[in-house]
Write a protein that binds this ligand. Sequence first.
Ligand code: NI
Length: 133
Amino acid sequence: MDRALLGRFDELVERRGYQNRSEALRDLVRKELDQDAWQRGTQTVATITIIYDHHVRELTDRLTSIQHDHGELIISTLHVHLDHDHCMEVIAARGPARSLKSMADRLIGTRGVESRHVVVAALPSGGRHAHGH
Ligand code: NI
């Protein structure tokens, strides 16, 4: 690595409070691998969190039908009635990155959704695990 690049990297390490370069590198590599898996369409897991006003006309119906369209991807959904107006939904999903991304884009792009957050991780190779039965 050239001196200038290393210098900038060291500043990043410092700014983000990493203990050392290795720790920062590990973090960067993991992030890049997740991003790569997301882009190549390999198996990933994701949580999609949305907050919306359930009084907005047809919004709840629309969000539900998007989830039914992608039923094979969804592991579980958590619905919380936050206050008189607002609901929060956290959707856990697993599948090819491209499919998850397309579902996430539809959900977070639905008119009336006020807040959204998507977290993605690549599945460790193998993907499925068993408990010995
Ligand atoms: Ni609700």
